[in-house]
Design a protein around this ligand. Structure first.
Ligand code: PLP
Length: 397
C-alpha cells in the first residue's frame, strides 16, 4: 500500500465534506481523472488533490466498475472528439445508428441517456405518475424505487427466493393482484447486488403471464459478463413488439462510467412516451464517440469478460475454502455472507485500503464486493483474512 491508510481515510473524508457528499453507499466512487488533470488543475485545492491522489492508491471494489479502464481504441476516439467540446450539436459518431445496428432494430427503437440512470429516471416519470407502483425484487438496483418516490409512487417489493434468485411467480402474482395500480415492472438481469440471473424461461413466463399493457423495464447493465446458457438478452422481445424496455450501459464492460452514457431499446410507442422526459443535450460528445468504438471493440469485451471471470472465480473459491458462503455470480461483483452487519466491517476494509460495497438491506450481512484487478483482489484477500482471522474461519467452516 503506497500511502498511509490513516491519512487516506482522513483526506478522503475531508474531500467528501468539501464536496458536500455524504460518505455512504455508491457515492464512495471517486473518479481518478480530476486528480491527474493536466498541469495540476488550479480549481482543486492542494488538500483535495492530495485526498484524490491517496484515493487512487486504494482498491475500489464498491461500484462494479471496470477496473481496467477503456481500451486505447476508445480513448483515441474520445480524444479526437474533444474538438467538439464547445458545441451543443456536433457529429455524434453515429451512436444511435450504431446501437440500432448492434441490436438489429430501427433507430426509432433507441433512446440514449446520461447513463442508464437517466432511462430509469424517465421511465418512472413516464409510467408511474399518479402514484402508479413499481414491482421489483428486494433487494435489487434500487434506483428505480428512489426515482419513483419523485412521482409519489412506491415499490411493491418482492423478496428473493432462498437461492437469492428473483421470485418471478411472486412478481406475477403481485402484478395481477394490483393490476390497476401498477405502472412498471422492473427486472435487473443479472441482478445487482446478488449477481444472479433470471433464466430465459422465467422472463418468457413473466411476459406471457402479466397483462400486456404493463411495461417491463429489463436492466441489462451486467449483460456482457454472463456466461450461463440459461440467460438470454431480452431485446428479442422488443423486436416482437412486447412492452419491454431493455436498458444497457457503457459504464460497465466498456469502462465509461464517468462519461455517462446508456441507452434503452424499446418499441417506438414506448420510446415516444419516454422522449418528453429526456433532458435537453443529455449526453456528451466524447462519450458518444467513444461508445461507437466500444461497441465494435469486441476483442476488448472478450478480454475483460475473461479476466473478470478468472479473478472472480479465484477469489470466490478462496473465500469459500475459508468456510464462507458466496452467492454464485454472473457479474463483475459477488456477495459474501459475512454473518455480521456489513457497515462496521466495510469500515474495517476501508482502514486496510479497500472500499467494498455498502449494505443492501434486507441482506444486511452480505457484503458486496466488485471484482477488481488481481492486485486489487490480493489486497482485498489480505484484508479479508485480517478482518476474519483463522479462528473464526474454522468455527464457520
Ligand atoms: N443499472 C444497474 C443494475 C446498475 O448496477 C447501475 C450502476 O451501477 C446502473 C443501472 C446505472 O448505471 P449508469 O447510469 O452508469 O449507466
Amino acid at each position: 500500500m503506497p500511502l498511509s491508510r490513516r491519512r487516506f481515510v482522513g483526506g478522503f473524508a475531508a474531500a467528501l465534506t468539501y464536496l458536500g457528499v455524504a460518505p455512504e453507499g455508491d457515492l464512495l466512487a471517486f473518479g481518478q481523472s480530476a486528480a491527474s488533470a493536466p498541469g495540476g488543475a488550479p480549481y482543486l485545492s492542494d488538500k483535495i488533490k492530495k485526498a484524490m491522489a491517496e484515493y487512487d492508491g486504494y482498491a475500489k471494489l464498491s461500484n462494479n466498475e471496470n477496473p481496467y479502464g477503456p481500451p486505447e481504441s476508445v480513448m483515441k476516439a474520445m480524444t479526437d472528439a474533444f474538438k467538439y467540446a464547445n458545441r451543443y450539436g456536433a457529429p455524434d459518431g453515429g451512436i444511435v445508428d450504431a446501437i440500432a445496428a448492434h441490436h438489429g432494430v430501427k433507430t426509432e427503437n433507441v433512446l440514449i441517456g446520461e447513463g442508464s440512470s437517466e432511462l430509469l429516471d424517465i421511465s418512472d416519470a413516464a409510467f408511474t405518475r399518479g402514484g402508479r407502483k413499481v414491482v421489483g425484487a428486494d433487494p435489487t438496483y434500487a434506483t428505480i424505487f428512489q426515482y419513483a418516490a419523485g412521482t409519489n409512487s412506491e415499490g411493491i417489493l418482492i423478496p428473493l427466493r432462498a437461492d437469492y434468485t428473483q421470485d418471478i411467480p411472486a412478481m406475477i402474482r403481485a402484478v395481477k393482484t394490483n393490476y390497476r395500480d401498477i405502472g412498471l415492472v422492473y427486472l435487473c438481469n443479472p441482478n445487482n447486488p446478488t449477481g444472479r440471473i433470471v433464466p430465459k424461461d422465467e422472463i418468457k413466463l413473466l411476459l406471457e403471464s402479466i397483462p400486456g399493457d404493463i411495461p417491463v423495464f429489463i436492466d441489462e447493465a451486467y449483460h456482457h459478463y454472463v456466461d450461463d446458457p440459461n440467460y438470454e438478452p431480452s431485446t428479442k422481445y422488443v423486436i416482437e413488439g412486447r412492452k419491454v424496455i431493455v436498458a444497457r450501459t457503457f459504464s460497465k464492460i466498456a469502462a465509461l462510467a464517468g462519461m455517462r452514457l446508456g441507452y434503452a431499446v424499446a418499441p417506438k410507442e414506448l420510446i415516444d412516451q419516454l422522449k418528453p422526459f429526456v433532458m435537453t443535450y443529455n449526453t456528451n460528445h466524447l462519450a458518444k464517440h467513444g461508445a461507437v468504438v466500444a461497441l465494435k471493440d469486441t476483442a476488448n469485451e472478450v478480454k475483460v469478460k475473461l479476466l473478470n471471470k478468472q479473478v472472480r472465480d479465484g477469489v470466490t473459491a478462496e473465500i469459500r475454502a475459508m468456510g464462507y458462503e458466496v452467492i454464485p455470480s454472473q457479474a463483475n461483483f459477488f456477495m459474501v455472507n459475512i454473518k455480521k452487519d456489513v457497515t462496521p466491517v466495510a469500515d474495517e476494509f476501508l482502514k486496510r485500503g479497500v472500499v467494498v460495497g455498502r449494505k443492501f438491506p434486507p441482506m444486511n450481512e452480505f457484503m458486496r464486493v466488485s471484482v477488481g484487478t488481481q492486485p486489487e483482489m490480493d489486497v482485498f484477500m489480505k484484508a479479508f483474512k485480517e478482518v476474519f482471522p483463522v479462528a473464526r474461519q474454522s468455527k464457520v467452516g
